[in-house]
Design a protein around this ligand. Structure first.
Ligand code: ZN
Length: 684
C-alpha cells in the first residue's frame, strides 16, 4: 500500500479552501479523505468514513467544539467540505454514558447536533468517531485487513499481525453498541495507532491528518505482508466444458431469469441491468472445484450486503451449443435462490420485535464457471458498483483462502445488517422513472430523429445505446445524455449481430428497439434503375428486418416481452411523386411491423410503427426545404407547417411518439401518425 501523502498537495488543499472560509483542519481532512477514497483496495462505494475534531464558531461568534464527519451519500474520493457535516461534540459525547440507544434515537441525536440543519446525515459510524479522543480518525474496509480478519482464527492472526499497534474490537454491528465498545477498547489501549474491527474493517487515528493517514497505510501494509506468506495454490480447477457459450448469449438468459414479474398481464417486470466482469483472477475463483464452499460463505464486510445480498448465485457453466439446457438449469438455479432467500428472511424475521419487509428475492451477483461474474443493478451505474464489490469479494476471499479459510459473520448478524433501517436508508427511495431498468437500442442514432429519440428515452430513465454507421458521432451524441454509442451498418447482418452482442455483453440484453435508420432515394418509378430500388430496399426494408430478427432473438432469451418500433415514413401510406424508391420499401416496413406484432404477440413482444412527415433531418435538409418552399411559392415556415394543424413537426415530436408507444402496454400492430395532420396519410 503506497503512502501518497505529499506536503505540496496538503499545502495546496489548505491554500485552496482557506479563502473559502474553510479552516486548515477541515481542508486537510478533505485532502486525506480523498487519498483514502481514491484507493479501491481501501474504500469502495461509500464503505468508509473519516472525521476531524476542530473548533468552529456559531452565528454569534461563539467558539464551538465540533466534529466534522463524513456525511452519508458522499463518495470519499470526491469529497468536499459540505460532505463532512459538523456536529457539536458537547451534544453527542454525553451519549456515551447511556447503556443503550435505539438507531432512531441515535440518528435523531446526530441530526440535532448539527451546526447546519441542511447538512446530510452524519455517517452511521459517527458516534464511534465522536467517542474516540483523537483529533483525526480514519476508517476503511481495506481488502488486506479483511483477508486476515475474515478467518476462523482471525482474532489470533490479527493479534500476531498488528501486535500492540492496533487493538482488536469483536464483531458488533455498526451503531451505538459498536461505538461504545470501540471507545472501551481504545481507552484500554491508549498507545494503539488504530483498531481492527474483526470481520468489518480498520480504524486509524492521530493528532494530525498525516499521522492518521500514514498509520492507516502502515497498518494495512502489515496485513499485506502477512498475506504474502500465503503462497499455496488456492483453487483447484473443476472440470469444465471444452468451450462455453459467449457472454452475449448468457447475459440475456440471466437477465430474464432475474426479472421479477409485477403484473405479467400487462408485461411489467422489475428488470435488471447486468454487468459482466472477467479476468484471470475471477476465472480462477469461479472455476474452482470448491466454489460451492468458499463462494457461499458470505460477505467480506457487512455493508456490502445491502448491495450484493449475503450470497451470490452460482449457476452451472453454459456449454457452447447447449444454450437451451443452460437456460433450464439457470431458471432452476434462480428459483432455488429465491426460495432459499425467502427462507432466510422468514428464519430471521421471526425473531424481530418489529417485523421487516422482505426485499426482492433476486440475486445481485451471479457466478458462472468458465465465464466470470455477472452483477445486477437497477441502472448501469448501479450494476458497475455491484460488480466492483463482487470483484473485491473475490480478491479478499482468494487471499483469505491462501493463508487459511475464509469465514465471515454468521447469518443472524448478516440479517441484522441487510435489514437494518439505517442501511436501507442509504439505498434511496426515490420513485423510479417509467423506463428505468429498460435497455433501448436506437439505430440511425446519430441523425436528428435518432438523437432526439435517445434523449427522450434517457429522460424516462432508460439505458440507451445509439447505433449508427458513424460510431464516433453516435458516441458523441449519446454522451450528451449518459448513453452509449456504437458503430453499426444496419445493411450488414454481421454488423447488426455484433451490435446486439455488444449491447448484451455491456448491459445484459435489450427491451426496446427503435429501428430508425433510413435514407431517401428518388426516381420516377417507370424509369428508375433496379440498382437504386434495390439499394433503397436494402436500407429501408431489409435492414429493419435484420434488426428486428436480432432483437426478437434476445427478447426470446429474456422471456420478458419487448418492444419493436419502426420508423415508417408518411410515404408508406401517401406516396410522393417520384419518391417510389423510398415509399415502396417503407410500405413494406409498415407491414413488417404488423407481421412481428402478429407472430410475436404471444410472447408479449409488441411491434408498432411511427409515420412521421416533414422533419428537419438528414432526409430533409435545409436546402431541400428551401427548394420545395420556393417551388410551391411558400415561405419555409409555411412549407414546414403545411399540415392540418399548421404546426411544424420536430424530431422531438417523433421521439415522444416512440416513447409513448413503448409505454402503451396494450397497443401492438399500430401505426401512429406524427405529421401535424395529413388526411391523405391518415390511417383508419
Ligand atoms: Zn465500516
Amino acid at each position: 500500500m503506497d503512502n501518497l501523502w505529499s506536503d505540496d498537495d496538503a499545502r495546496a488543499a489548505v491554500a485552496h479552501y482557506g479563502p473559502r472560509g474553510i479552516g486548515e483542519d477541515l481542508a486537510l481532512r478533505v485532502y486525506t479523505t480523498r487519498l483514502l477514497g481514491g484507493e479501491p483496495l481501501l474504500v469502495q462505494h461509500g464503505g468508509g468514513n473519516t472525521s476531524v475534531k476542530t473548533e468552529l464558531t456559531d452565528l454569534t461568534g461563539t467558539p464551538v467544539e465540533a466534529m466534522c464527519v463524513k456525511g452519508s451519500g458522499w463518495d470519499m474520493a470526491l469529497i468536499e467540505p459540505p460532505g463532512l457535516p459538523a456536529m457539536r461534540l458537547e451534544s453527542v459525547r454525553p451519549l456515551l454514558a447511556l447503556d443503550a440507544l435505539s438507531d432512531e434515537d441515535m440518528v435523531n441525536a446526530q441530526r440535532a447536533s448539527l451546526l447546519d440543519s441542511t447538512s446530510p446525515n452524519p455517517s452511521v459510524e459517527a458516534l464511534l468517531h465522536a467517542f474516540l479522543p483523537h483529533k483525526f480518525v480514519d476508517h476503511t474496509h481495506a481488502a488486506a485487513v479483511l483477508a486476515v480478519t475474515d478467518q476462523p482464527d482471525g482474532e489470533e492472526i490479527c493479534a500476531e499481525v498488528f501486535g500492540d499497534r492496533a487493538a482488536l474490537v469483536p464483531y458488533i454491528m455498526p451503531g451505538f453498541a459498536l461505538a461504545k465498545k470501540a471507545q472501551e477498547v481504545s481507552a484500554a489501549n491508549p498507545d494503539a495507532e488504530g483498531l481492527i474491527l474483526l470481520k468489518h474493517g480498520i480504524f486509524s487515528f492521530g493528532e494530525t491528518a498525516r499521522e492518521a493517514y500514514e498509520r492507516m497505510i502502515g497498518l494495512v501494509a502489515l496485513a499485506e505482508e502477512r498475506l504474502k506468506e500465503g503462497n499455496k495454490p488456492v483453487f483447484v480447477p473443476a472440470k469444465l466444458p471444452e468451450s462455453v457459450a459467449p457472454a452475449s448469449a448468457v447475459a440475456p438468459i440471466l437477465r430474464g431469469c432475474a426479472a421479477i414479474p409485477l403484473a405479467p398481464s400487462d408485461g411489467r417486470y422489475t428488470r435488471w441491468i447486468v454487468a459482466h466482469r472477467t479476468s484471470p483472477a475471477i476465472l480462477d475463483y469461479v472455476n474452482g472445484k470448491d466454489l460451492m464452499r468458499y463462494g457461499q460463505v458470505g460477505v467480506v464486510t457487512p455493508d456490502h450486503s445491502i448491495r450484493t445480498k449475503g450470497l451470490p448465485l452460482i449457476v452451472p457453466p453454459p456449454e457452447s451449443g447447449l444454450i437451451d439446457a443452460f437456460k433450464t438449469a439457470a431458471q432452476e438455479a434462480f428459483e432455488g435462490f429465491a426460495k432459499s432467500y425467502a427462507a432466510y428472511f422468514d428464519r430471521h424475521n421471526a425473531r424481530q420485535e418489529m417485523p421487516r419487509k422482505r426485499l426482492d428475492t433476486a440475486p445481485r451477483v451471479v457466478l458462472v464457471p468458465g465465464m466470470g461474474l455477472f452483477a445486477l443493478g437497477k441502472s448501469a451505474k448501479d450494476a458497475a458498483v455491484v460488480a466492483d464489490l463482487a470483484e473485491t469479494t473475490i480478491s479478499v476471499i482468494t487471499d483469505a483462502e491462501a493463508i487459511g479459510r475464509f469465514e465471515t459473520i454468521d447469518e443472524a448478524d448478516l440479517f441484522e445488517i441487510e435489514y437494518w433501517s439505517l442501511e436501507q436508508a442509504k439505498l434511496g427511495k426515490a420513485a423510479e422513472k417509467p423506463l428505468a431498468r429498460h435497455i433501448v437500442l436506437v439505430t440511425g442514432g446519430a441523425g436528428a430523429i435518432g438523437q432526439a429519440t435517445g434523449r427522450a428515452f434517457a429522460a424516462e430513465g432508460a439505458e440507451v445505446v445509439l447505433a449508427d454507421l458513424n460510431g464516433d458521432a453516435a458516441k458523441e451524441a449519446a454522451s450528451g445524455f449518459g448513453g452509449l454509442g456504437i458503430a453499426c451498418d444496419v445493411t450488414d447482418r454481421d454488423s447488426v449481430q455484433e451490435a446486439f452482442d455488444d449491447v448484451c455483453k455491456g448491459l445484459g440484453g435489450v427491451d426496446i428497439v427503435v429501428s430508425n435508420a433510413g435514407a431517401a432515394w428518388q426516381g420516377r418509378i417507370g424509369t428508375v434503375s433496379d440498382a437504386i430500388l434495390r439499394e433503397s430496399f436494402e436500407l429501408n426494408f431489409f435492414a429493419h428486418q435484420t434488426v428486428a430478427q436480432c432483437a426478437v432473438r434476445v427478447m426470446e432469451a429474456q422471456d420478458t416481452g419487448g418492444v419493436l418500433l419502426f420508423n415508417a415514413s408518411k410515404q408508406a401510406v401517401n406516396p410522393g411523386r417520384d419518391f417510389g424508391p423510398y415509399g415502396l420499401p417503407k410500405a413494406a416496413t409498415m407491414l413488417l411491423a404488423k407481421q412481428y406484432a402478429l407472430d410475436y404477440g404471444g410472447q408479449g413482444i409488441r411491434s408498432n410503427a411511427v409515420n412521421a412527415d416533414r422533419i428537419r433531418s438528414g432526409l430533409l435538409t435545409d436546402n431541400m426545404i428551401k427548394e420545395r418552399a420556393k417551388a410551391r411559392g411558400l415561405s419555409e415556415d409555411d412549407y414546414m407547417g403545411g399540415n392540418l394543424l399548421g404546426r411544424e413537426v420536430t424530431a422531438d415530436d417523433v421521439a415522444q411518439a416512440f416513447v409513448s408507444l413503448s409505454l402503451a402496454r396494450k397497443t401492438t400492430g399500430a401505426t401512429l401518425t406524427v405529421d401535424g395532420g395529413n388526411i391523405a396519410a391518415a390511417l383508419r
